[in-house]
Ligand binder design. Structure first.
Ligand SMILES: Cc1cc2nc3c(=O)[nH]c(=O)nc-3n(C[C@H](O)[C@H](O)[C@H](O)COP(=O)(O)OP(=O)(O)OC[C@H]3O[C@@H](n4cnc5c(N)ncnc54)[C@H](O)[C@@H]3O)c2cc1C
Length: 478
């Protein structure tokens, strides 16, 4: 497509839209590569951090090399998660009731089955087939108990940002394979083990900001329109201000990119392919909360603080600091006003009435990032995509992915504005995952893992029916 020439002289070298982890990483990397560049970052909300939150704890494993590199860059040393309550029992609805054992058993088998099949969906081979079942159908065909179904449906929604009915099996598997596997994702989102590194998001943002003193950061400034000219990009925000730059990094997920008006429209070649059914989708919000108490109420009751309730809402939480409980809730937009009250009610039901009186309580709500599309790494002239949901090679949908896409976007932007400072080493930032990361799988293990209550029952009836028919035929013959 031939872009028109603009008549203005751009005021900035690079404009970054979005102050989440990928936007902040891009800013940091651009300055590290060329400190004389004029960079501005605009953020729609009143704080930085995006999905990472501003006052919680996040976990990363040792394989998230890019994330660990970022910590070194901002002089933070990774610390293993401190879990003094490691031996105490967890408070999960999956562990309760008569069906707990079989439900956990079938869930374990299902997760193992998906993990064994995952190497086929490596991000390099990200191929969307035309006719595959969506994740809701897949889950309902393989899992019998509502507990295990709810767990998986919630997990898919959390990872992909849209309900399981809108996510193709191939897409979910590809995303999981670029995150180190399904078990890894479950650890990140639900189990919080002490083998991971623990990162205080507050400290991380502070340390990044210390190094971004020469960058203008504008909060409460939402980009609404992007005019793309041959010689520069112009972004208009919701207050009507115009930001002109030689290159723009859109450090926002694709579902938020789609809300911007593009002039001229984005050509299809630069749009990530999404599954066919993604028409009008139900908006889903995520609220991240932190509650501080005088003491760890849950410990006195013999619980570790790890909490999960998949019904009626999805609430997952853990003890983040002594006597502090943090977590998140997936909910519909209409429930936003009552969400914190609902969480406190639910915690009070499980841990006692003391949970109703937190000394401090914080809650931050945002739309979930949707990652139900092909990775998106190829810039459109002066417009560069970035976001943990756009990365294609490692730790997609996680902090490692956000950092990796932020680094890559920074290199692309510097390449547009100052190509002479970009070295070939910089161009290699997006690496494929190493082959040994992939779980080795045996054929028999793979076959056995496919057995579930449905097909075992079906095959048993089939074999019994066949025996009965043979018996009948035999009796008639003689
Ligand atoms: C509940 C939960 C728990 C998680 N736990 C972990 C974990 O333990 N470990 C881990 O590695 N990862 C974890 N992750 C994933 C990780 O937090 C995210 O992948 C990462 O923070 C995403 O960063 P991002 O910059 O790509 O996107 P975002 O954080 O979404 O940043 C996008 C930013 O852009 C802003 N924005 C959007 N539209 C506009 C606009 N039009 N104009 C201006 N600004 C705009 C948004 O306000 C936002 O601040 C978790 C995610 C969730 C939801």
């Amino acid at each position: 497509m031939d872009l028109p020439f603009g008549t203005q002289t751009p005021e900035l070298d690079v404009l970054i839209v979005g102050g989440g982890l990928s936007g902040l990483t891009s800013a940091l990397k651009i300055l590290a590569m060329e400190s004389t560049l004029k960079v501005r970052l605009i953020e729609a909300s009143d704080g930085l951090g995006g999905q990472m939150g501003q006052n919680g704890i996040r976990l990363v494993d040792g394989a998230q090399q890019d994330m660990l590199a970022l910590l070194t860059l901002v002089h933070l040393s990774p610390r293993r998660r401190r879990s003094i309550n490691g031996r105490l029992r967890r408070c999960w609805d999956l562990d309760r009731g008569l069906t707990a054992l079989p439900a956990k058993f079938e869930l374990g088998r299902y997760i193992e089955m998906l993990d064994l099949r995952m190497p086929k969906f490596r991000s390099k081979r990200f191929n969307l087939r035309e006719r595959v079942s969506n994740m809701e159908q897949h889950i309902c065909h393989h899992l019998f108990f509502s507990k295990s179904r709810n767990f998986m449906l919630s997990l898919v929604e959390l990872v992909c940002g849209v309900p399981a009915s809108e996510v193709d099996y191939d897409v979910f598997m590809s995303i999981c394979s670029s995150c180190g596997g399904l078990k890894m994702l479950i650890d990140f989102y639900f189990t919080y083990p002490s083998s991971f590194y623990e990162i205080s998001t507050e400290m991380l943002i502070e340390s990044i900001l210390e190094q971004l003193q020469f960058i203008t950061i504008t909060l409460n400034c939402r980009a609404v329109r992007l005019d793309h000219y041959k010689n520069y990009v112009q972004v208009t925000d919701d207050q009507g201000n115009r930001h002109t730059a030689q290159a723009a990094i859109l450090a926002i997920p694709w579902n938020k990119v789609q809300k911007l008006e593009f002039v001229p429209p984005i050509p299809t070649a630069y749009q990530p392919r999404t599954p066919s059914k993604s028409g009008q989708r139900r908006r889903q919000l995520i609220s991240q909360f932190r509650l501080r108490y005088g003491k760890s109420v849950w410990t006195d009751l013999g619980y570790s603080g790890n909490f999960l309730s998949a019904q009626p809402l999805l609430v997952s939480g853990h003890e983040c600091r002594l006597s502090s409980f943090c977590g998140y809730v997936l909910h519909a937009p209409e429930d936003q006003d009552e969400v914190l009250q609902d969480v406190v009610d639910l915690l009070a039901e499980h841990f006692g009435e003391e949970m109703r009186q937190p000394l401090e309580c914080q809650c931050h709500t945002d739309e979930l990032n949707a990652a139900q599309h092909k990775p998106q790494t190829k810039p459109w002239h002066r417009v560069i995509w970035s976001s943990s949901s756009a990365v294609g090679t490692s730790y997609r949908s996680l902090m490692g992915g956000a950092v990796q896409s932020g680094f890559r976007a920074a290199v692309n932007a510097v390449f547009v504005v100052r190509p002479q400072v970009v070295s070939w080493k910089d161009m290699l930032v997006e690496r494929p995952k190493l082959a040994q990361d992939v779980v080795a799988s045996g054929r028999i293990r793979g076959l056995l893992s496919r057995l579930n209550l449905y097909n075992v029952t079906f095959y048993s009836f089939f074999v019994l029916g066949l025996i009965w028919l043979l018996n009948l035929g035999y009796a008639r013959a003689f």
